[in-house]
Design a protein around this ligand. Structure first.
Ligand SMILES: Cc1cc2nc3c(=O)[nH]c(=O)nc-3n(C[C@H](O)[C@H](O)[C@H](O)COP(=O)(O)O)c2cc1C
Length: 357
């Protein structure tokens, strides 16, 4: 069996190890959602990762409600991503862009538009806006005649990602955002062909994935799902009934790799008593499977050596340890991350975490 330090083929390219950086929103872009120069420094510092999955990146203004998060719908954004992908490649790293439509998790004060979702629902809690936190607003149901526009936006974003020099994309279909809202019965109350049966709730994921694959190729396409538990009020009553067929569909479409965020009962980034679905998904999705959440070096090494996963994605450990693979390899202590600077502006808590001596 391989271990975390072995390379792995991910469709179109090879990753030098199986220690991946999971997608992390850090809010260091401009107010116009254009990436900034410090982002190149931050990502290049983390190029030891077998694969960097970028922070969630908006496919459209409607889909991006997070203050100072980047987008990839305009030429200006593409140009600003180029030095970032180059900086990572120059240091021997690999980087894919996580494509994001936030669905109901946006605030109209940021997007200028009412949130859209499968059904008219309101997320619990409060949204980050430029004027502090504000309660989420009720989403309107996406109309059938709008689906072609959404597909076209994913096509443009995936094409732009390749123009910007990314090795591929990761479709963000997790964590209570638009695609996850369609997948889960707690947020999808539609009675048309996009609601009801698992087959119908998978339809949007399937159509978006198919469109991206026809644009940039399956070998450059990965997907992230979060089958179990409640994320931002988005919950399915029986996750295995929808996520196992969803994974089988992604296998059929030719997705190169799949990442799952799976909290456990003692999770520190969301927790749940719903069991992970990865053991069943592993049987239907035969290409590389990446697992995430709350992994330590030891539990990650066990998961890969025992064949439960092909790679492990680390989030918070990569925020505070830019040289995480070296620290793992040499058994060096890890630095703790500071929540106060997760989404703050500037270099502090972003590019100033130190490397091991
Ligand atoms: C500051 C922060 C930002 C995050 N942003 C994203 C994101 O943009 N996209 C995403 O899919 N997950 C996001 N996540 C979730 C992480 O990718 C990951 O699932 C989570 O941190 C659990 O993994 P860990 O235990 O290794 O930290 C974020 C998590 C944190 C802490």
């Amino acid at each position: 069996m391989p271990d975390l330090f072995d390379p792995i083929e991910l469709g179109g390219f090879s990753a030098k190890n199986r220690i991946f950086m999971s997608p992390l929103t850090r809010a260091r872009a401009g107010r116009d959602a254009v990436p900034t120069a410090i982002m190149a420094k931050y990502y290049a510092q983390r190029a030891e990762a077998g694969l960097i999955i970028t922070e969630a990146t908006g496919i459209s203004r409607e889909g991006l409600g997070w203050p100072y998060a980047p987008g990839i719908w305009s030429d200006e954004q593409v140009e600003a991503w180029k030095p970032i992908t180059k900086a990572v490649h120059d240091r021997g790293g690999r980087i894919v862009c996580q494509l994001w439509h936030m669905g109901r998790m946006v605030h109209s004060s940021v997007t200028g538009l009412q949130p859209v979702a499968p059904s008219p629902t309101t997320a619990p809690g409060q949204s980050h806006t430029y004027d502090g936190k504000q309660p989420y607003e009720e989403a309107r149901a996406l109309r059938l005649d709008e689906i072609p526009r959404i597909l076209a936006e994913y096509e443009r974003a995936s094409q732009n990602a390749i123009k910007a020099g990314f090795d591929g994309i990761q479709l963000h279909a997790a964590n209570g955002y638009l695609i996850d809202e369609f997948l889960k019965d707690g947020t999808n109350h539609r009675t048309d062909e996009y609601g009801g049966s698992p087959e119908n709730r998978i339809r949007l994921l399937s159509q978006i994935t198919e469109r991206i694959i026809s644009t940039i190729g399956g070998e450059r396409t990965g997907v992230r799902l979060s089958p179990n538990g409640d994320t931002q009020g988005c919950l399915d009553s029986a996750p295995e009934t929808v996520f196992v067929p969803a994974a089988a569909e992604l296998e059929r479409l030719g997705v190169a790799w799949l990442e799952l965020r799976e909290p456990g009962p003692n999770g520190t980034f969301g927790k749940t008593d719903q069991p992970p679905v990865s053991p069943q998904i592993r049987k239907v999705f035969r290409r590389p499977l990446v697992l995430n959440q709350d992994y330590t070096f030891e539990s990650a090494q066990d998961a890969v050596r025992e064949g439960r996963a092909d790679a492990i994605a680390f989030g918070r450990k990569f925020i505070s340890n830019p040289d995480l693979p070296t620290r793992f390899a040499q058994g060096l202590p890890l630095q703790a991350d500071d929540m106060a600077t997760w989404y703050s502006r500037g270099e502090h808590g972003y590019t100033d975490y130190s490397f091991a001596e």
